[in-house]
Design a protein around this ligand. Sequence first.
Ligand SMILES: NC(=O)c1ccc[n+]([C@@H]2O[C@H](COP(=O)([O-])OP(=O)(O)OC[C@H]3O[C@@H](n4cnc5c(N)ncnc54)[C@H](OP(=O)(O)O)[C@@H]3O)[C@@H](O)[C@H]2O)c1
Length: 223
Amino acid sequence: MGKLVYEKLKQNLDTFVIRGLLRSEERKHRTGGGEDVFASDITKAKTLSQTFLGVDVLIILTSKSGRRIFFYNEGAYLEQVDWIGQKNQIDATKIIGVRHIILVGSMGGRDPKHHLKPFANGRILIWKRHSELYLVDSGITYTLIKLGGLLDKEGGLRELLIANNDELLPTQMKTIPRADVAQVSVQEIPHDEVKNKAYDLASKPEGEGSSTLDFKSFFSQVF
Ligand SMILES: NC(=O)c1ccc[n+]([C@@H]2O[C@H](COP(=O)([O-])OP(=O)(O)OC[C@H]3O[C@@H](n4cnc5c(N)ncnc54)[C@H](OP(=O)(O)O)[C@@H]3O)[C@@H](O)[C@H]2O)c1
């Protein structure tokens, strides 16, 4: 999803000076990343200070479990990426005075029967929850968006939903296209309504309801 956010920000270069992060020079080379793309492994704290120098707003989308890959290389375990790697990003940007961190996390962290619990010794959502709480307690202005499942579908076509406390998880409306999450993350940057707030984000099925276009009004539902 990082690529989608990066592309959305690139459409607003009059508003933002943007910077992308990929985990290695090899990834950067393979994806044709330009000068505004930095190669840093988030599990290695020392590599991050230079990458984040001067950053005002950080959108964290890194994960080891995003695409449901449950086999990990040494150094890429869930704890190291979804907890330590996110903590490293929060710590590195706190030092340089970041103004706002938007963290894309997961619904279900508090549900002991969640269907992801059998994987990785049941710790996928636990490590994500660790970093979510670490951000909330960090003193940095935050927005925490919690998702129930991602779809590779076109964005901008659905009515988006805001909820709390995993209440959408047992329903058919717990998923959302990656492109819509990217749009919401970017739209959040200037909106004070979402600052120091955590909420669940999902969507109605395409064709039901009306597509969400007015983000000021949408974010006014966050409490
Ligand atoms: N997928 C879902 O259904 C779901 C559900 C709930 C919440 N979420 C959350 O939504 C967000 C985006 O999910 P997604 O499915 O779009 O994720 P994704 O495609 O798997 O992307 C995660 C990114 O993190 C990067 N990454 C992993 N380890 C790294 C490291 N050590 N250093 C730097 N970068 C590293 C990956 O890079 P590489 O490509 O190099 O590995 C990848 O670009 C995540 O925060 C995820 O937890 C997803």
